[in-house]
Ligand binder design. Structure first.
Ligand code: TRP
Length: 320
């Protein structure tokens, strides 16, 4: 199966990113053909600082390589290294209904959050359709927030196939709701936009701060506590073994185990769990040439596929 996913270069990654999507991206490399790219053209709709753009792209590449993205297995590249995608986006834009684009929540939400309503932001789903269609992607794993964009993609692909004859693969979505819902420090879904994240590669000091903010009930140390729906316990459960989980549950119920102790246990677990990734990330960060080589090599492989699709499309529409 050919999978494709675009990764936003949005700065630091948190536990929600990891247990939501990142981990699945890595698992899926086995037995599938995966195209993963850093969506820098898309990021341009919100990031207007070139230094920040460059830094975020390198950071997210490091994050993924550190957690086990294997460039031998997956095609890993930077979106703008395959500019053919913008050419395809133009062709697709001539088939994209204004009405459908106007109804996209993501556009409306961003504008409500004071992102400038640029043409690029409006056309974001068309570029996303081009990303997906140019690689003949069969499956696109996305969060719920991107479901509508997938519908736009399918709509455009079907229209193209109807007007010009079958030439584009109509992709299936794979909604990532089955994966763990990771609570943030306030108990809501962990998300950068809620400001409730715990960062994956945080230092011990930063972790003290973020775990310190986890909202709990106000039971005293000695009281018995219910681990169900308890954010500290839920986060710990994502990383702990079955025995460790049972042990924390027992201690909560027994009493004499305060939230401060529980948070310290959680912190140690986070540090321990991500330690191997952190080491790999630090080693790679010292060798940034290697990271750029990997992305360049991925882009070369991606361009071969993209070029073929684009030729097919140009031929079909009569530009060749
Ligand atoms: N819009 C996606 C997000 O915000 C990123 C993205 C861009 C993407 N192009 C894509 C995801 C193509 C899947 C397929 O997360």
């Amino acid at each position: 199966m050919r999978y494709l996913s675009g990764i936003q270069p949005s700065g630091t990654v948190h536990l929600g990113n990891y247990f939501g999507a990142m981990r699945r991206h890595i698992e899926r490399q086995e037995g599938n053909e995966c195209f993963y790219f850093i969506a820098d053209y898309h990021a341009l709709t919100t990031i207007r600082n070139p230094e920040e753009m460059r830094k975020n792209v390198v950071d997210v590449a490091l994050d993924y390589l550190a957690i086990g993205l294997d460039p031998e297995k997956a095609v890993f590249f930077r979106q703008s290294d395959v500019p053919q995608v913008v050419e395809l986006a133009w062709v697709l834009s001539t088939l994209a209904p204004m009405g459908l684009l106007s109804r996209c929540h993501s556009f409306k939400d961003k504008v409500a959050k004071n992102v400038e309503a640029s043409l690029g932001l409006f056309a974001y789903p068309v570029l996303m359709a081009a990303d997906i269609l140019i690689y003949d992607s069969e499956k696109v794993p996305v969060g719920k927030d991107q479901k509508q964009h997938l519908e736009v993609t399918r709509d455009i692909a079907q229209t193209f196939n109807r007007v010009y004859g079958k030439s584009l693969v109509v992709p299936e979505e794979e909604i990532e709701s089955a994966t763990a819902v990771v609570p943030g420090v306030d108990g809501q879904k962990m998300s950068k936009s809620y400001g409730n994240t715990i960062e994956m590669f945080a230092s011990e000091k930063q972790l003290k701060k973020s775990t310190g903010r986890i909202v709990t009930d106000s039971k005293g140390v000695e009281e018995s506590k219910d681990p169900v729906g308890n954010t500290v316990y839920e986060l710990y459960s994502l990383m702990a073994s079955a025995e460790e989980r049972a042990e924390m549950e027992r201690r909560f119920r027994a009493g004499g185990f305060g939230y401060g102790d529980a948070k310290a246990t959680l912190r140690e677990k986070i540090l321990e769990y991500f330690a191997p990734y952190r080491e790999r990330r630090e080693a790679l960060a010292r060798d940034s040439d290697k990271v750029f080589d990997i992305l360049r090599d991925g882009a070369e492989r991606a361009r071969l596929v993209a070029g073929k699709t684009l030729e097919r499309v140009y031929e079909r529409v009569g530009l060749r």
